[in-house]
Design a protein around this ligand. Structure first.
Ligand SMILES: NC(=O)c1ccc[n+]([C@@H]2O[C@H](COP(=O)([O-])OP(=O)(O)OC[C@H]3O[C@@H](n4cnc5c(N)ncnc54)[C@H](O)[C@@H]3O)[C@@H](O)[C@H]2O)c1
Length: 261
């Protein structure tokens, strides 16, 4: 991907699944990357594997002091910041039964943590005329019974991306989101006990491309949005969802014929 060599990126939640794929892809593109994840052991293991261009800075994005330390350590280590990837998440969600405390915990990670990450990165992103990618979800676009916390945060992420893009355009900072469909990742691996074929079979019912996505496919989209190739793209959402958001409740198969049956 053009224009990423020598750049510095922070990936929140970069120790696992989609985040780890984003970290790997940045390193492969010649960038230096901070793994800003609450899971210290997994962050350190990934950084060790990837070498000097990956740095683990264990970070809890629900704590302001931890975020401030993450940005300060990044600048101390790498001297600049070009790309902020807000990817960390908490799948905590008990729908309408969720308590106020659960709402606060979920929004703190899935929404507010990302906003504070941006606020604290702003001075450096202004210097580099950098790029921000917020990871949203198909879950933030459609109604689904039994869920509330996660989709509310993701819908807000889609809206905040537009606000941030407009507000920061004057500094040359681009802000976009990506909405993945179901992606082969730790949560889906756990749910299927590692059965990729089963994940693909179930996903095929709602993803026209007939499978779950790969974390690398989300990472490729992130790198594109951070690259020179996306220099005139801001305030938009890129669906990387195998067609999930292109179909309506009819599953893409016209049911108008049933009207005259
Ligand atoms: N997996 C999917 O199918 C899917 C679909 C749509 C959107 N997404 C989005 O993609 C992103 C990555 O999802 P995933 O499935 O790879 O998640 P995951 O659960 O595999 O990884 C999330 C990472 O975030 C870290 N994290 C949790 N709380 C944190 C905190 N307070 N501070 C810092 N790090 C913290 C975890 O330690 C973990 O490494 C999320 O934003 C998610 O909403 C995922």
């Amino acid at each position: 991907m053009k224009g990423l060599g020598g750049k510095v990126a922070i990936v929140t939640g970069g120790a696992a699944s989609i985040g780890a794929a984003i970290v790997r892809s940045f390193v492969e593109a010649g960038a230096r990357v901070v793994i800003a994840d609450i899971d210290e052991a997994a962050s350190l293991a990934l950084a060790r594997e990837l070498g000097p261009n990956a740095l683990a800075i264990p970070t809890d994005i629900s704590k302001d002091a931890s975020i401030e330390a993450c940005i300060a350590t990044t600048i101390k280590a790498f001297g600049r910041l070009d790309c902020l990837i807000n990817n960390a998440c908490l799948y905590l969600d008990r729908g309408l039964a969720s308590t106020r405390e659960e709402w606060h915990r979920a929004l703190d990670v899935n929404l507010i943590g990302h906003v504070i990450m941006l606020r604290e990165s702003l001075a450096e992103l202004r210097k580099s005329r950098g790029s921000v990618v917020n990871i949203a979800s198909v879950g933030g676009k459609f109604g689904q019974a039994g869920r509330a916390l996660y989709p509310a945060a993701k819908a807000a992420t889609l809206q905040l991306t537009r606000n941030q893009a407009v507000e920061l355009a004057e500094f040359g900072i681009r802000v976009n989101s990506i909405s993945p469909g179901w992606t082969w990742s730790q949560p889906i691996e756990r749910a299927t006990k590692g059965n990729r074929a089963k994940a693909d079979r179930v996903a095929a019912q709602i993803h026209p491309l007939g499978r779950v996505g790969n974390a690398k496919e989300i990472a490729d989209a992130v790198l594109f949005l951070c690259s020179d190739a996306a220099g005139f793209i801001t305030g938009t959402d890129l669906a990387v969802d195998g067609g999930y958001s292109a179909v309506a409740g009819d599953g893409g198969h016209p049911i108008t014929a049933r009207l005259s049956e």
